[in-house]
Design a protein around this ligand. Structure first.
Ligand SMILES: [Zn+2]
Length: 469
């Protein structure tokens, strides 16, 4: 099965081929760790995680190296630490831990490595010295700057021309810049700010943000990586400037594929601090299971804007309730493990077409539901039935979903507190089983739950039917 990806650099969909199929490399710009991650940050991380899982599926788990960095030195971090009067590490360690916990709750696999900017000062210095030697970078008023006029194809990722930055620019250009578009590689530290002095070729200070990623990529993954990911908001200037630094220093392409995910919006508005509609993952997880949030994030194609809403979450919860109902039935049945998928990989491997992949899964669930009905009636199942159930679950799993124990899933409650249809059906199935096993205590518990929710059961010769009272 061939994977195609839309490459933002060439602006077309291309067949993906890694330089080395034994070591496929991907890098995703990670968080600046000074506050909680919002749902837009989570979208970028979940998209990267789906790609990571797809690559592991194709090339093998040990053959994909995924680096997601931590930016642990930055103006905002320094400000947060100063406001609270605590050491910088206290802020960065706390929020790095929360970020990783939140993403783990969304079933994001841990990246292969999580390099920290402050561990790569020496490598940043090497890039600066290389660029100074080539006279692409210059020193001015304690800063080291990248001279964008020295790079012929500067702007190739975003499509911005240098003139776009210069013409009609009313913004005041900092006195230390030769050209308006020049960007900071290294800057002086103020009093009480962290400062490094890695080389006698340029003044002491601290790194610019763009340089951090270039240094970490080179050190951890190599001069040229297979895939560089990030939110579309990072395309310019961050990714453009990563390309400029790395390619001028290394004289090799930085990444063969650039994969950018679109924004998330809240209906009419973009999510922003000024509108006051920022949704934190940490808060959402108090009301919703991480898998519900993950499914909601994958319901739009990663290159389309995603409209975030409570209805989207409710719909995702309902989808998963049904799927867990089937998983529960499958567990009771003879276990087979085909390791194969439904054929939905055709849509998924076409530029990570998750909406189409879910449509395929739901389309197949009609057959799966018939299998489950046969299980409920105690009928013997064919090998084809067992295979269908297995492939159904494998397909969800490849997307990082349906990974919980069904009983654990149905013990968790949705935001509305009520039982969904899928939950009711799973409880009825459990009730039949615990009664057969003469586990009267659990049977009574289930009876109480139905009474509380005003669900009326009718036992007939074809099994149990139910309705809401
Ligand atoms: Zn970056």
């Amino acid at each position: 099965m061939e994977l195609t990806l839309y490459n933002s650099l060439t602006r077309k969909k291309e067949a993906f081929k890694p330089a080395d199929s034994k070591r496929v490399t991907m890098y995703n710009c990670g968080p600046t760790v000074y506050s909680y991650a919002h749902i837009g940050n989570a979208r970028a991380a979940v998209v990267a995680d789906v790609l990571f899982r797809v690559l592991r599926h194709i090339y093998g788990e040990d053959h994909v190296v995924y680096a997601r960095n931590l930016t642990d030195i930055d103006d905002k971090i320094i400000k947060a630490a100063q406001e609270l009067g605590v050491p910088i590490e206290e802020i960065t360690e706390k929020y790095a831990r929360i970020y990783n916990e939140d993403l783990a709750a969304l079933n994001c696999l841990a990246p292969t490595m999580q390099p920290k900017a402050t561990d790569h000062i020496e490598q940043m210095s090497d890039i600066i010295v290389e660029l100074l030697d080539k006279e692409i970078a210059y020193i001015s008023e304690g800063h080291v700057l990248f001279d964008v006029t020295k790079m012929k194809d500067y702007g190739k990722l975003s499509g911005r021309k240098l003139d776009d930055n210069l013409a009609g620019a009313r913004v005041e250009v900092a006195s230390y810049k030769k050209n308006a578009g020049d960007f900071v590689l290294w800057k002086p530290s103020k009093k009480d700010e962290p400062s490094w002095n890695p080389s006698n070729r340029f003044p002491p200070g601290r790194p610019g943000w763009h340089l951090e990623c270039s240094a970490m990529i080179k050190e951890q993954l190599g001069d040229t990586i297979d895939i560089h990911l990030g939110g579309v908001d990072l395309k310019f200037p961050h990714h453009e400037n990563e390309i400029a630094q790395s390619e001028c220093a290394n004289e090799k392409p930085l990444a063969k594929f650039w994969v950018h995910n679109e924004f998330l919006n809240m209906g009419k508005d973009k999510m922003s601090k000024s509108v006051g509609n920022v949704v934190l993952v940490h808060d959402l997880l108090k009301d919703w299971d991480g898998e519900v949030i993950r499914l909601a994030l994958l319901k739009a194609h990663y290159r389309s804007e995603l409209v975030w809403s409570d209805d989207l979450l409710k719909e995702s919860k309902e989808n998963l309730d049904h799927a867990y109902r089937y998983k529960f039935a499958a567990m009771e049945f003879q276990k087979i493990n085909t390791g194969t998928l439904f054929g939905f990989d055709i849509s998924l491997f076409n530029d990570l077409g998750t909406p189409e992949a879910f449509k395929d899964i739901i389309f197949h669930s009609g057959f799966v539901s018939q299998v489950v009905q046969r299980i409920d009636k105690g009928k013997d199942l064919s090998w084809a039935d067992a295979k269908a159930l297995d492939e159904y679950i494998n397909s969800w799993n490849l997307l990082g979903l349906l990974q919980k124990d069904p009983e654990e899933w149905f013990r968790g409650k949705g935001k509305d507190g009520g039982l969904s249809d899928g939950e009711i059906e799973a409880l009825i199935l459990e009730r039949t089983e615990v009664r057969a096993a003469k586990n009267w205590a659990r049977a009574d518990e289930i009876r109480d739950v139905f009474a509380e929710e005003n669900i009326i059961l009718e036992d007939g010769k074809d099994g149990t039917t139910w309705r809401r009272g």
